[in-house]
Design a protein around this ligand. Structure first.
Ligand SMILES: CC(C)(COP(=O)(O)OP(=O)(O)OC[C@H]1O[C@@H](n2cnc3c(N)ncnc32)[C@H](O)[C@@H]1OP(=O)(O)O)[C@@H](O)C(=O)NCCC(=O)NCCS
Length: 202
């Protein structure tokens, strides 16, 4: 895979690597019953637990197992959610979450599209997939807007049944994906990538 960009900018968002200051937001949204309704995580019991997730994310980034970005809405740097992908060989699994006040504005789609575009630009990635609870309509809709199609139902998956969705369009070049420009952000000495909204065919 190409080195994962530390920063991904979209029209309205900045996706950046998690930092300890994000722990409070992670703690808060993990404990919101509406946010947690369709996911299988255990809500953070305290701030230290949320902080441990930030630290684990850094370790998993370095090992190449998983890349997760904190979602921020320009121009603030406050964490409003998270988007990430786990890498398993040629396959990349997408996931995302937003704090409730930020739902319904297209932010999850915008964030997921940017990460999707980066993953899709990596030559060795030939499967991008996700699961979500069969009743999680908002998540299913976000994944559909990425061009993912339903592959089946995973019964007894994370307790409740989940939909299995994947993007099966191949090769990328025939779908009009442009390889992101992974340029060095001179101001921060970090890798960054900038995306216009990705044009995906249904
Ligand atoms: C899933 C989640 C990230 C979506 O975030 P979001 O920013 O509101 O999503 P978007 O605005 O980009 O898109 C949501 C789409 O679902 C649709 N939608 C939302 N709720 C819906 C509902 N109850 N019924 C039908 N459609 C619904 C919206 O209309 C929109 O589709 P549209 O653009 O065609 O109108 C957010 O609800 C969330 O964080 N949920 C909790 C965590 C979670 O479930 N994560 C996914 C795990 S697989």
């Amino acid at each position: 895979m190409y080195p994962a960009p530390d920063l991904i900018t979209t029209e309205r968002l900045v996706l950046r690597r998690p930092k300890p200051g994000d722990a409070r937001a992670k703690y808060d949204y993990s404990r919101d019953p509406e946010v947690a309704r369709y996911v299988d995580w255990v809500p953070h019991a305290n701030l230290d637990s949320a902080l441990a997730v930030v630290e684990r994310a850094a370790a998993r980034w370095e090992s190449g197992e998983e890349y997760s970005w904190t979602i921020t809405v320009r121009p603030t740097d406050s964490a409003v959610g998270s988007v990430g992908c786990q890498v398993q060989g040629h396959a990349v699994e997408l996931g995302f979450v937003l704090a409730k006040p930020w739902w319904g504005q297209g932010f999850a789609t915008e964030a997921a599209q940017a990460v999707f575009a980066w993953a899709a630009s990596c030559d060795e990635v030939c499967r991008i997939w996700a699961t979500c609870d069969v009743e999680n309509t908002a998540s299913t809709r976000v994944l559909a807007k990425l061009g993912m199609v339903r592959e089946g139902i995973l019964r007894r998956w994370a307790i409740r049944p989940n939909l299995l969705l994947a993007f099966l369009g191949m090769p990328w070049s025939t779908r009009g994906f442009a390889r992101p420009d992974l340029s060095l952000n001179r101001a921060t000495e970090k890798r960054s990538v900038s995306h216009r909204p990705v044009q995906l065919r249904p």
